[in-house]
Design a protein around this ligand. Sequence first.
Ligand code: BTN
Length: 258
Amino acid sequence: MPKLDLLDPDKITENLKTACIGKKVLVFKNTSSTNDIAAEYTRNKKNHGVAIFAEEQTTGRGRAGNIWLSHPSQSLLCSIVLTETALANEMLSLTSAVAVTEAIGNKAKIKWPNDILINKKKVAGILVESKQYRARKAFVIGIGINCHQTKEAFPPELQTIATSIDIQTKSTTDRISLARRLLVSIDHWLTIADKTPSEIISRWENLSIQLGHRVTVICNKKKYTGTCIGIDPVKGLIIRLETGGIRIFNAAHTSIEK
Ligand code: BTN
């Protein structure tokens, strides 16, 4: 069992060089979902950049209504409050994927829309949620990164498709350093997304595990197979279909079969 590297807000924020992400960091020992706490923080516009971490979630959630399971202190469970971004959902999702992948390093890659893989196994996931207030929209970027899990810690059905940074690096991840890298990376890539969104697209394409490869997606219960030829920052994944033609698949209605 790895040593308990409990998250400490003072250590996470010490000399943190970010413009706004992580200006305030809260660490909960136990919560329902860090996205729930972050959603509360979106009510006040001044909370832009607040980062919520938890050692344990009782009802962590993933995309498409899935649950996100993690034993206490094994993962980095984090939600970032964004109340002042002009970015749209899809662009925010691409930017978060780039930022999280860069923070993890170790040859991590992106599987559209928001899975982060090392050696083709899922090491992290991202859930972007939004809140509409009268004249403004706010977002929560929820990030779950597997850190200390052993293979046996995953349920049998996930053991061949999930992994942790410790398994992949054969070492013990320092979650505090990872939390700091994560905040710096999100801060950095959000600034880039505002100024030069084309940079996000090209970095995303560099980090994509699917670009140039054959993929099968399921959209509205129908299967489509073809070659992934790019990403549209508004519409989604661009596929040249084997049946002919090019089609763009929206993340909200599409899942990847392989
Ligand atoms: C997915 O791959 O389905 C996305 C998983 C996102 C999980 C994180 S853990 C921190 C935050 N709180 C949640 O309840 N979900 C996100």
